[in-house]
Design a protein around this ligand. Structure first.
Ligand code: BG6
Ligand code: MG
Length: 220
């Protein structure tokens, strides 16, 4: 049975979630808004525009459209300064092992990310060629928890949503996978990602046998 395995990028394949956090924190502090790790959790998987909207809401601030777009560019510049230093060493543990196993088993592999920087990051860590299709922030009009990003990936691969398995580190992304009728696998904290079908701390806990079971499961 051919299934599609759809990977989120930030916080699943690479630990860029920490760079997003640092960049948003710097921006929030420059506006005199405090910004905690719990708040950051709510920004994971969320688009750049919506993230800034939320931060302004938390700080009770209204700003002009012009300032809004300036702040978005500043955040991205700060983020890109971290990305510029990235290499394959920043791929999260055992991600290559799982990707290689899926390739060996002739399974379809997709990227489903909200980030507009996704393609550049995959190139930097030399994983671009492992993906059969890439759907990112430049392809979607609706942000997670809307399932658009994952449904586009499934469509591009010609695989029904029920036969797709999503790896996600964000609450919004798990919701999106569930709404899409896909199997959701949380990568991270069980308490935070409790809506997922399965949760693992990271890929080192995922065995080949588990992947094989997912592949063998017949969906009627
Ligand atoms: C998601 C991240 O993958 O992409 C969010 O989890 C980020 O934190 C969003 O805001 C948009 O990313 P970018 O790179 O287009 O600013
Ligand atoms: Mg993520």
């Amino acid at each position: 049975m051919k299934k599609a395995f759809i990977f989120d990028l930030d916080g699943v394949i690479v630990d860029t979630a920490k760079y997003h956090f640092l960049a948003w924190q710097k921006l929030a502090h420059s506006l005199g808004i405090s910004f905690s790790e719990e708040q950051n959790e709510q920004l994971k998987g969320v688009s750049r525009v919506q993230s800034l909207e939320k931060i302004l809401e938390w700080g009770n601030k209204t700003i002009s459209e012009e300032r809004f777009s300036r702040l978005m560019s500043e955040k991205n510049e700060e983020y890109l300064s971290y990305i510029a230093k990235m290499d394959a060493g920043e791929i999260l543990p055992d991600v290559p092992r799982i990707l290689e196993h899926l390739i060996l088993e002739n399974q379809a592999i997709a990227l489903g990310s909200a980030s507009k920087n996704a393609r550049a990051i995959l190139e930097k860590v030399q994983l671009y060629d492992k993906f059969n299709t890439i759907v990112d922030g430049t392809n979607v009009s609706k942000a997670k928890p809307d399932p658009e990003v994952f449904l586009l990936g499934a469509k591009a691969l010609g695989i029904s949503p029920e036969n797709c398995i999503v790896f996600e580190d964000s609450v919004a992304g798990i919701k999106a996978a569930n709404i899409a009728n896909m199997i959701s696998i949380g990568i991270g904290n069980q308490e935070v990602l409790h809506e997922a079908d399965y949760v693992f701390n990271d890929f080192t806990e995922i065995k080949e046998e588990f992947i094989n079971q997912l592949v063998a499961t017949k969906i009627v």
